[in-house]
Design a protein around this ligand. Structure first.
Ligand code: ADE
Ligand code: ZN
Length: 337
């Protein structure tokens, strides 16, 4: 069996996926047309050609522009269903997905519209494909903490629909401390906490997310590796890092895959896992992200299995579901050894 076939069949989990970042250009054109919206691109190809990013902000500008097309529950359902269909084909067992409510409410879409559409697709995928899920509400860090509080108020009537909160968007200049009171409040609500940190921002944002926001998980976290004491702390605390290799390459946070930090992370026992972030913009889903690091870093099957295991252990699935997924993974590793 080739290593690519091994990766394709490996039972995987995805913990870092922005559902709005799974919006493929062809579907974007289709939904724009049915909503009577004219995209500022002549064709799918012209849109794809614009996906040539120099940094995080150059991507975010197009990401927010793309999601403007989404208006109805059906739109959000179609978006989420398209993603989940692909995940079923890549043998993904469990997904934890972010949505950015402020990217929708800011343009007059009711809070419930994305939530209902996304949840309907997630429930359908559980029934039809056996993919379990959790939903995570992410705050936009370029907005104020006060706006975050207002969003939390809108969300609390739907408290049971999501397991935790995240912090995403423009990292530089928006340190974790800016949201300390909001995260205190979310913790008091019993929500799981996570934040993007050390993607583009400095190692201090990773320690800030740990010390000020008291996160359960860190999204990306790459730049903690620039501070050996911090990296050791992340390893000792057992904090899961949801690493996104293709994203790192496409946003120029890593310029040489052979130097990608996922290998040193694994070597020092950091609980890092593989994820796709915004696959429609970065050129690949789960299997392609595994292939990229396998190829670029020469990871063997044991290392690929460890990445998959770190994803399961770092998930917010129930203890029972985690055991089931770990058993599926172990059975696969044994049968393909
Ligand atoms: N929102 C969507 N994708 C993101 C990323 N990679 N970093 C920060 N915010 C995001
Ligand atoms: Zn992300």
């Amino acid at each position: 069996m080739t290593i690519d076939a091994y990766i394709a069949g490996l039972p995987k989990v995805e913990l870092h996926l922005h559902i709005e970042g799974s919006f493929e250009p062809a579907l974007m054109f289709q939904i724009a047309e049915r909503n009577g919206i004219k995209l500022p691109y002549e064709s799918v190809g012209a849109l794809q050609a614009a996906y040539n990013f120099s940094d995080l902000q150059s991507f975010l500008d197009l990401y927010y522009q793309g999601m403007n097309v989404l208006q109805t529950e059906q739109d959000y359902y179609d978006l989420t269903w398209a993603y989940l269909t692909k995940m079923a084909a890549q043998n993904v067992q469990h997904v934890e997905i972010f949505w950015d409510p402020q990217g929708h409410t800011e343009r007059g879409i009711a809070f419930e519209v994305p939530l209902n559409g996304i949840r309907a697709a997630l429930n359908e995928a559980k029934t039809r494909h056996g993919i379990s899920h959790e939903l995570i509400m992410s705050f936009l860090r370029h907005l104020s903490e006060e706006e975050g509080f207002a969003t939390l108020e809108q969300a609390l009537p739907h408290r049971d629909a999501f397991i935790g909160v995240g912090l995403d968007s423009s990292e530089r200049g928006n340190p974790p401390e800016k949201f300390q009171r909001l995260f205190d409040r979310c913790r008091a609500e019993g929500l799981k906490l996570m934040a993007h940190a050390g993607e583009e921002g400095p190692p201090e944002y990773v320690s800030g997310a740990i010390d000020h926001l008291k996160v359960d998980r860190i999204d990306h976290g790459n730049r903690c590796m620039e501070d050996p004491a911090l990296a050791q702390r992340v390893a000792d605390l057992g904090i899961c890092l949801t690493v996104c290799p293709q994203s790192n390459m496409r946003l120029k946070n890593c310029t040489d895959i052979a130097q990608h930090p996922i290998k040193p992370m694994l070597d020092m026992g950091i609980a890092a896992c593989i994820n796709s972030d915004d696959p429609a913009y970065f050129g690949g889903y789960m299997s392609e992200n595994y292939q990229l690091v396998q190829d670029g870093l020469g990871l063997d099957r044991a290392a690929l299995g460890q990445l998959a295991r770190n994803g399961i252990n770092g998930s917010f699935a129930s203890a029972e579901r985690k055991s089931e997924m770990l058993a599926n993974l172990a059975a696969y590793e044994t049968s393909k050894a």
